[in-house]
Design a protein around this ligand. Structure first.
Ligand code: EPU
Length: 349
């Protein structure tokens, strides 16, 4: 059915809409071309209700369908990107939720803007990016966001949330804590024509030297990041995955110190909270022998221990079972609790 600003599909197959390539079916898929249609959709009950709120699907690159979703699925398809204003080389850019994340990064580079280059090649959409505050190679998008425009389902109105209102933290935000409330419709970023790129993260400067680049421009950093990612992370177009399946755990400083004494090569990083340290989940999982492990078609990438992969026909509950066994073995050996990064649909962690 086609109606003004949106399309509806009942019993929608989801395999092509999640990067794990899991076969699942949604009772209803609502595809919205114009976000202005959201209040009307809510009024007609097509965004579900308080007991069964619609799940917002971005690029499907950060979720695991452990079973069929019981709620409607909503996709925002608006992809417009535009500069809003400019002062002293600082440019505000607004992108609609349905734009591809990497397409936005490329747009900014083509317009001579720096700020997002470290986040090149991350799968997913602009609308999904603030949910888990995507981050890579030393930059998190929360650092670049001016405001998030959203439809507030509780109050049935559009809101503009400033960066402070978004409560960004490591792989976390207000949107991740109350996922059934706001539907992100657009994000505004503050980018720069002249700020020097951040190349401090391990490996970035080496990659730039290998490329023969001396004074790196944002486009060079994006290229270095793309090369690093292609080498380290499996391509979801070739083998189903959702990037890092676990967050790097935050533990009390004293616990991190004790673990680092017992295991001198365990990578330990500072955290935003001075009393905590961030540990490398990949190292902990690797040390438990999981890298390259395979149970049927559910497996752990041989290239990166943090990435679960679907070798072909794995079911969501099989991947979830593997993730729980990894969690249990890391807890038993190191006393560290791993938390999943993707949203798990249809089962509890
Ligand atoms: N390591 C291992 N075994 C492995 C892989 C890595 O022991 O199989 C150790 C190495 O010592 C390495 C360290 O882990 O130096 C860190 O690895 P890496 O630089 O790949 O970073 P990460 O902490 O594993 C995080 C993000 C990635 C992001 C990279 C680069 C999380 C959960 N993951 O991974 O984000 O691309 O840093 O910034 O924070 C994602 O979120 O989906 C994602 C891919």
């Amino acid at each position: 059915m086609t109606t003004a600003g949106y399309r509806l599909q009942r019993r929608a197959p989801l395999r092509a809409l999640n990067t794990f390539g899991i076969d699942a079916t949604a009772p209803l898929l609502v595809e919205v071309d114009d976000a202005q249609a959201l209040p009307a959709l809510a009024g007609q009950g097509l965004l579900g209700d308080a007991a069964s709120p619609a799940l917002v699907l971005g690029g499907g690159s950060n979720l695991l369908f452990a079973g069929d979703p019981a709620t409607p699925l909503l996709r925002l398809r608006g992809t417009r990107i535009a500069a809003v204003d400019e002062h002293d080389g600082q440019v505000r850019v607004r992108a609609e939720a349905g734009a591809g994340w990497h397409a936005l990064v490329e747009w900014t580079l083509a317009h001579g803007l720096g700020g997002l280059e470290n986040l090149a090649l991350i799968p997913g959409t602009v609308g999904a990016a603030p949910i888990q505050n995507i981050g890579a190679y030393g930059v998190e998008i929360g650092e670049r966001v001016v405001a998030v425009e959203a439809f507030d389902r509780l109050d049935a109105r559009f809101v503009r949330l400033d960066r402070e209102d978004c409560a960004f933290a490591y792989r976390d935000s207000r949107f991740k804590r109350t996922p059934d409330r706001e539907i992100v419709v657009a994000v505004e970023f503050l980018l720069s024509r002249n700020a020097p790129p951040d190349i401090a993260y391990a490996g970035v400067a080496d990659e730039l030297s290998a490329m023969g680049v001396a004074a790196a421009m944002p486009a060079d950093v994006a290229e270095a990041v793309c090369r690093l990612r292609r080498r380290k992370l499996p391509d979801p177009a070739r083998i189903g995955n959702a990037g890092s399946f676990f967050k790097n755990p935050l533990v009390p400083a004293a616990q991190a110190e004790a673990l680092a004494i017992a295991h001198p090569d365990l990578p330990v990083f500072p955290a935003a909270d001075a009393g905590l340290r961030k540990l490398s989940a990949a190292w902990l999982i690797d040390a438990c022998g999981w890298k390259g492990h395979r149970d049927g078609d559910a497996g752990v990438s041989a290239a990166h221990a943090l990435v679960l992969v679907n070798h072909g026909a794995a079911r969501g509950d099989e991947l979830l079972g593997l993730a729980r066994r990894i969690r249990d073995s890391v807890a038993a050996r190191f006393g560290v609790a791993l938390e999943p990064e993707p949203r798990i649909v249809g089962a509890a962690w």
